[in-house]
Design a protein around this ligand. Sequence first.
Ligand code: BEZ
Ligand code: FE
Length: 277
Amino acid sequence: MTEEALTEEVVARLDGTPDLRLREVMQALVRHLHAFAREVRLTDAEWIAGIGFLTETGQISDDVRQEFILLSDTLGLSSLVDLINNANATPGATETTILGPFYVPNSPQRAFGDSMIEFDDGGELTTVSGRVLGHDGSPIPNAVLDVWQNSANGFYAVQQPEVQPPTNLRGIFHTDQQGRYEFRTVRPKPYPIPADGPVGHLIDITGRHPWRAAHLHVKVSADGFRSLTTHVFDASSAYLDSDTVFGVKGSLVADFRPSGDGPLQCSVDFVLTTDQS
Ligand code: BEZ
Ligand code: FE
């Protein structure tokens, strides 16, 4: 039996998979997995170390912590899947980026201009405002913006149930009749992804850093438009060119501008694409 003949035998064993898409995915997976092992001449010890790593990754995961998604994020797979599935968006539409593990559904509904701050962390007060538009530039009234971000201490509320109120720095806002939205918050901070598990260890032994550039997350949706999952990155943040999960796109970087003695101002429009495009 040669190495190549073994690969082809495994692929052939999958020929009878009734679901054609599953067959395509599994056969390609086997071909690429075998090619990887051949390319690096994988040793027995490395194979068992890999099994141990994946076992640990599963064991540390639970309802709240998803270490496999973190692995996908830090290997650039999440961003690659995002690019594959959103590359054909209408030109001029706001670019997408990864969801991340800290999204919690059912954030509180907040009114136009309301604050999301429920915990005094000493962060820099900021007003975020702008419009939600169709790609022809027309304003979209009653669009929904689901927003979440970290506190000035670097953590999301979901990471600090004993410290922050669970709905701190989360909120659902709607655009007005002119497509405008506005909310008050604090300036987001750069933060390290959870680094105390196997993925953090891998980052460490490969000489990488675990930091994400400062950002806030937004999911924007409106009837008749494709939902948008994206970030707004702070233009003055560290790590914009080395974000550990490869989520930064130049078009998503925005200024947080001083405005006299008042809060910082960050102005961002979101341009949606229609369901059909
Ligand atoms: C986030 O932006 O919340 C995030 C994304 C990927 C990994 C960890 C955190
Ligand atoms: Fe984040």
